[in-house]
Design a protein around this ligand. Structure first.
Ligand SMILES: Nc1ncnc2c1ncn2[C@@H]1O[C@H](COP(=O)(O)OP(=O)(O)OP(=O)(O)O)[C@@H](O)[C@H]1O
Ligand SMILES: [Mg+2]
Length: 367
């Protein structure tokens, strides 16, 4: 069991590429933390620095109470599962899982009991004599995780371990890894570029962009209260709508005015938005917080606005509407019974209690 702390950690490759900038992060004991962000944002670099595979340019990394900046990877008590889990093709599953322990000169009976225990946990006992090429992708993935489990590490590091699997298997392995973590209670740092994986697996999520930590929080915190426009657009699918708007005051209330509508700002948000009166902001609203008026509850109907339907995407349990509101393109996730039809006008309703607003210049959340 261990905590992992990053203190002002910076990584500059070859004196010029600043891959990670001043990262400070406290990972709790037994926590499952997910680093998420687009390609090139510094996820792998961060993980490799924790593993000791990459030198730290500036800052301090601690595992437990120990500063590990100068500790060899093999002495850090961590186990890493890579994206291309590279099993040794000429070895059996058993030998693959035993290999790391053998290198570390563990006694044979200890290796045997650890491998069998890991195989039992991962449900691959009957595969121990097979070679990797005789396994499915999901089974190979389990062997790769098994290799890490047998080490009994203080910290697990996962670098996009599911990205080679097809969508269905990924969902299944996602649940399995989560179950595994609940069972082993080992601190885990998990890297992915997939926000759904991040949301579903993480106790907390760290959103990275261009080497800078944007926000750290539970899945619900970052979904409900994104700290800036980037996080707001990255977490959630389809992504939040961002619409250029002005805050106006009219009929003793405040309103969001865009090219297509004027919608009333709920009273509890006026304190934060009032200072933006007559100023431009970025109005944010998630597709799932916009309804087809025909299926909206009465209380929301005062927030109605007219749009022209561009595209209808039926998903079965719901439908995505891509509509034009004034000159703004908006996506709505509405009831599957919608009668929306391309080219026609319709009424949508926005749940303004769940609206977001971002400063136009800094792109930081206003509330
Ligand atoms: N060995 C290296 N030398 C120079 N630059 C590197 C090196 N490794 C990574 N970089 C650069 O550092 C930045 C961060 O890379 P990193 O691999 O950490 O990103 P990532 O978030 O893991 O991306 P991906 O999702 O594509 O795996 C990128 O700009 C990358 O080009
Ligand atoms: Mg990477």
């Amino acid at each position: 069991m261990a905590t992992v702390n990053l203190e002002h950690v910076t990584k500059i490759y070859e004196g010029k590429v600043e891959a990670v900038k001043d990262a400070t992060l406290d990972i709790k004991d037994k926590e499952f933390i997910v680093l998420v962000g687009p390609s090139g944002c510094g996820k792998t670099t961060t993980l490799r620095m924790v593993a000791g595979l990459e030198e730290i340019t500036k800052g301090t990394i601690r595992i437990g109470d120990r500063v590990v900046n100068d500790v060899e990877p093999k002495d850090r008590d961590i186990a890493m599962v890579f994206q291309n889990y590279a099993l040794y093709p000429h070895m059996t599953v058993y030998q693959n899982m035993a290999f790391g322990l053998k290198l570390r000169k563990f006694p044979k009976h200890e290796i045997e009991s650890r491998v069998r225990e890991a195989a039992r946990i991962l449900n691959i006992e009957e595969l121990l004599d097979r070679k990797p090429k005789q396994l499915s992708g999901g089974q190979r993935q389990r062997v790769a995780v098994g290799r890490a489990i047998v080490r009994n590490p203080k910290v697990f590091l996962f670098d996009e371990p599911l990205s080679n699997l097809d969508a269905k298997l990924r969902v299944q392995m996602r649940a399995e890894l989560k179950k595994l973590h609940q069972r082993l209670e080992t601190t885990a740092i998990y890297v992915t570029h997939d926000q759904v994986e991040a949301m579903t697996m993480g106790d907390r999520i760290v959103i990275l962009r261009d080497g800078v930590i944007q926000q750290v929080g539970t899945p619900l915190e970052v979904y409900l209260h994104p700290g800036n426009r980037f996080v707001a657009g990255f977490i959630g699918s389809p992504p939040m709508n961002f619409i250029p708007a002005t805050v106006i005051s009219k009929n003793s209330a405040f309103w969001v005015k865009t090219s297509g509508f004027e919608l009333k700002i709920p009273e509890d948000k006026v304190e934060k938005l009032g200072p933006y009166k007559d100023k431009e902001i970025i109005f944010g609203i998630r597709p799932e917080n916009i309804y087809d008026k025909m299926f909206a509850v009465a209380a929301q109907k005062e927030n109605t606005f007219k749009v022209k339907v561009d595209v209808v995407e039926p998903m079965g349990n719901e439908a995505y509407l891509h509509v034009l509101s004034g000159s703004d393109l908006i996506t709505a996730r509405v009831d599957f019974r919608t009668k929306a039809s391309p080219g026609e006008e319709m009424d949508l309703v926005a749940d303004m209690n769940l609206m977001h607003a971002f400063d136009k210049q800094t792109e930081k959340a206003i509330m």
